[in-house]
Design a protein around this ligand. Structure first.
Ligand code: SF4
Length: 176
């Protein structure tokens, strides 16, 4: 769906008129999907959530030295209903798995998941009966971050990849 935004002076089709330096915003042409995806990609709000040592790196990402606010993601929400990004940072035990699933189900749509670190991605060094061998066994993972633990910069790279993915969504984030 196309959207045209124009100033009253120029009109929505004012492209043929000379541009006046009057401080008005002018006009922009875009598809609705692109506008919505642009807004979503620049305001991904993570859930306040951590499981193990990788969570310390996740917490560091919000500190001034790294500054996750550059991505519009500094608002770590305390409620899953106000968050649209779940960063699984740490090993997922079988005991914790149903809790994580419930938290994910309570998050608002559209929502995304980052598996941060080897443990969340594939079980890491814990190849045993107590640990889920990758959170993608129970949730749809959008981006995997390798490392044990990954540094905050690696998490930023993952968020950047996620932003690219959100901007390319064609159905306004509806998962099949
Ligand atoms: S990947 Fe390494 S740092 Fe992260 S939770 Fe597992 S053991 Fe800890």
């Amino acid at each position: 769906m196309g959207v045209a935004v124009g100033s009253p002076q120029q009109g929505a089709l004012g492209g043929t008129q000379a541009h006046a330096k009057d401080g008005s915003a002018g006009f922009a042409l875009a598809k609705l999907e692109e506008l919505v995806n642009w807004g979503r990609a620049n305001s991904v709000w993570p859930l306040t959530f951590g499981l193990a040592c990788c969570a310390i790196e996740q917490i560091s990402a919000a500190a001034s030295r790294f500054d996750i606010a550059r991505f519009g993601s500094e608002v770590f929400r305390a409620s899953p209903r106000q968050a649209d990004l779940l960063i699984v940072s740490g090993r997922v035990s079988n005991k914790m798995a149903p809790v994580i699933k419930r938290i994910y189900d309570q998050m608002s749509d559209p929502k995304w998941v980052i598996a941060m670190g080897d443990c969340a991605s594939c079980g890491g060094p814990f190849n045993n009966y107590a640990i889920v061998q990758g959170v993608d066994k129970m949730l749809p993972v959008d981006v995997y971050v390798p490392g044990c633990p990954p540094r905050p910069e690696a998490l930023f790279y993952a968020i950047d990849k996620l932003r690219e993915k959100i901007k390319a969504e064609e159905k306004l984030g509806v998962r099949e």
